[in-house]
Design a protein around this ligand. Sequence first.
Ligand code: ADP
Ligand code: ADP
Length: 239
Amino acid sequence: ARPIVLRDVTVTYPSGTRALRGVSLRLEPGEMVSVVGLSGSGKSTLIRTLNGLAPLTGGSVRLGEQEVGGLSGRRLRELRGGIGMIFQGFNLAERTTVLHNALVGRFAHSPTWRTLLGTPSREDLRIVTEALDSVGMLERAWSRAGALSGGQKQRVAIARALSQQPSVMLADEPVASLDPPTAHSVMGDLRRINRERGLTVLVNLHLMDLARQYTTRMIGLREGEVVFDGPAATATDAD
Ligand code: ADP
Ligand code: ADP
């Protein structure tokens, strides 16, 4: 269990856009945190600083003892192996099966000969089966991912992330393309997983209602700056 600590983080893209301006945050292990803000406020960039995908131009990002900025090669892969990622567009391999998609999470740590041959160990299969079961997708293990509904696809993506046995789950607008009932149900899954597994979850949302209902702490971003950080349930639109 490692806290995530951002100190005075600045990200300026080569284009000159200042996406984050002096962001300082500390996330405790097991927290369920939402980041809300308008499009362009820096939410995706904030998530990308945590897995080493955004170009830090100032400050520091630490996962426990590990300094994220400046990692490369194997060290960066190891860091990412411990972080589950979920995206608005699911990012599944649509032409292959649900099981294969979930197995990808097992190989996040070590993209080796086993990835190429696709030969999972008994332990890999146990973990992936459990992950699919926990989001209700085990019965669909042999379905083609492309044939699933949006909500089912996002559940497979969650199972893929869980298969990494991560300590942190980062979700960038995970329900933005889902209809409201499905969005609620997927947010409910994330909340349950956070509770059951003690995973730290950081989720970008543009709807404050979902943030209030399913997360405990809300961080508001505006033009790359933190303008709110407090209990989600009591946050108002004015914040
Ligand atoms: P959000 O997720 O809240 O929509 P982003 O982090 O995607 O915000 O974007 C913040 C700002 O940085 C925006 O002005 C966006 O256009 C810009 N931006 C994001 N990614 C890049 C990039 N790769 N190169 C240049 N500018 C970018
Ligand atoms: P989001 O708001 O979820 O980040 P966007 O549509 O803004 O979605 O961005 C999608 C992709 O385009 C991201 O990978 C982001 O880094 C990139 N991007 C966003 N804005 C810019 C920009 N101004 N210049 C270059 N790339 C950008």
